[in-house]
Design a protein around this ligand. Structure first.
Ligand SMILES: Cc1ncc(COP(=O)(O)O)c(C=O)c1O
Length: 480
């Protein structure tokens, strides 16, 4: 059997694409393509070209066409042919002219320079990157690769790997009280991807009720998908779901309101499920940091109240890292087909190999161990934050500390902007609470409060003390 060009390229460690679309004969097009490849450096001096018959077979041309093209290039000095060692690219002393003249270098770089990292990063949103469980992830990746069947290296099933869906079903039931069979779970690349699939993919429609405070990125994403969002006021019991009206769906963060921090009261949990049943609506549960609870009783997933009315979306972004880009949707049965259609025929988002690694991480107990370790670490940071405020800024209240990776500092009225500015002066990056307020939230329904959202998970362990000190230095002074 003729040796194929690809096999040959593998043997010599090179792969080459030859474009024979140039006008004229096949021989002339092949001569031109090989000349361009040598001139452009894609075929380095000394590279051995494939035998006539294998290149001819790969290109679908006659063997003589290849022989004639090689002969012409040998005559021109581009190639050399030696008895017993085949045809090779000739060595040259002068530098080769590029096949296509390189464009002049732009005077200014096209990509904007990366913003300088702040000295003290207290922005919410990321876990401590220095605590990523590198060793456990590597071990899981190695095991996953060793044990994966060959078919795992083909195109992925858009529903996700069965290993991961089974691990998630067991984990979510055990830790979050979720009622999930693996075939209701669809893997995605995180919460933002789930929103795109659900709304951009035509599975759900707006208007969508959202909490009056939430992540601006998610609101912007929904607006870009043409979805109108309607703010629900918040009070001490969480979102005012009694205000739900003609919306078709509601997006909530029931375990830990983002960013203000409280859980949705049991009465409201029941109320929102009743609304969904009565109105044929759907509740979208963003369970972004449900595992991180410190001194209050664990709040199970709302989904368990009615798996046919609630879509639970979880993500590895807080528990592991936003770099992992893996999330999951636990869907009412009637949406499974629609979400799969929205995803397309094969997995195009979530790396199948990463899915296998996460399945192993969960199945081996390493994920639980990591979450437990991080829970202790974040709890201790939370305690240090509360203690530092009590000592240096006792006039500043702090909310939302029973769970999660961030807290909200309550500021005296009218001081938020100046506090954010003062923080910048101290080298501290953080956000004012106003950043998270829905632009249509009404002051009558829910007066705006001045506050700072402090992500205490973000700095690495050794940098945390200095970040706290700088933060306290930026807070408005109390009454003398
Ligand atoms: C409120 C909220 N929801 C969801 C997520 C997770 O988003 P993603 O999975 O797209 O990284 C985050 C950030 O981690 C968040 O702050």
């Amino acid at each position: 059997m003729a040796e194929s060009w690809v096999n040959h390229a593998e043997r010599i460690g090179a792969d080459l694409h030859l474009d024979l679309s140039a006008p004229g004969s096949r021989r002339a097009a092949l001569v031109q393509a090989l000349r361009d490849a040598v001139r452009g450096g894609r075929l380095a001096p000394g590279t051995r070209l494939p035998p006539y018959r294998s290149l001819a077979a790969d290109l679908g041309v006659a063997r003589n066409t290849v022989a004639d093209a090689y002969a012409e290039l040998v005559a021109e000095g581009w190639l050399i042919a030696r008895q017993g060692s085949g045809t090779r690219v000739a060595e040259r002393t002068e530098p080769l002219a590029p096949a296509v003249p390189a464009p002049p270098l732009p005077k200014t770089p096209k990509t904007p320079p990366r913003a300088r990292a702040p000295r003290h990063d207290l922005r919410q949103g990321t876990p401590d990157a220095s605590s990523f469980p590198r060793t456990a992830w590597l071990a899981s990746y190695r095991r996953a690769l060793q044990q994966a069947p060959n078919e795992a290296f083909g195109p992925g099933d858009p529903a996700g790997r069965p290993e991961l869906r089974a691990s998630l079903a067991e984990y979510l039931a055990r830790v979050r009280g979720v009622r999930a069979e693996p075939d209701r779970i669809i893997v995605c690349s995180g919460f933002a991807h789930a929103l795109r699939l659900l709304f951009g993919g035509g599975v759900l429609r707006g208007p969508l009720a959202v909490e009056a405070y939430g992540l601006p990125f998610h609101r912007e994403l929904l607006t870009a998908e043409g979805v109108r969002t309607v703010p629900l006021p918040l009070d001490a019991r969480g979102a005012r779901v009694d205000r739900l009206d003609r919306e078709r769906a509601v997006l909530l963060t029931p375990a830990h309101q983002f960013p203000t921090g409280g859980p949705l009261h049991a009465e409201r949990r029941a109320m929102v499920v009743d609304w969904a049943r009565a109105r044929g609506g759907v509740v979208l549960e963003d369970d972004y940091d449900g595992e991180f609870r410190y001194d209050r009783k664990p709040v199970g997933a709302l989904q368990s109240l009615d798996p046919e009315r609630v879509i639970l979306v979880g993500s590895a972004s807080k528990s592991l890292s936003p770099a992992v880009r893996l999330g999951w949707m636990v869907l009412p049965e009637r949406y499974v087909g629609d979400v799969l259609r929205a995803k397309g025929e094969r997995e195009a988002w979530a790396s199948v190999l990463d899915q296998l690694a996460l399945a192993d991480l969960i199945g081996s107990g390493s994920y639980d161990r990591h979450v437990r370790r991080m829970r202790q670490r974040y709890r201790s940071r939370r305690d240090r934050l509360v203690a530092a405020l009590a000592e240096h800024a006792p006039h500043i209240g702090v909310d939302g500390v029973a769970a999660g990776l961030h807290a909200v500092l309550r500021l005296p009225p009218g001081t938020e902007r100046s506090a954010v500015k003062a923080a910048v002066w101290q080298g501290v990056a953080l956000d004012g609470l106003a950043e998270f307020r829905h632009p249509d939230a009404s002051d009558k329904d829910m007066p705006a409060h001045d506050g700072l959202v402090v992500g205490y998970a973000t700095p690495s362990e050794h940098a945390y003390g200095a970040a706290l000190e700088a933060l306290c230095g930026a807070l408005p002074p109390g009454e003398a």
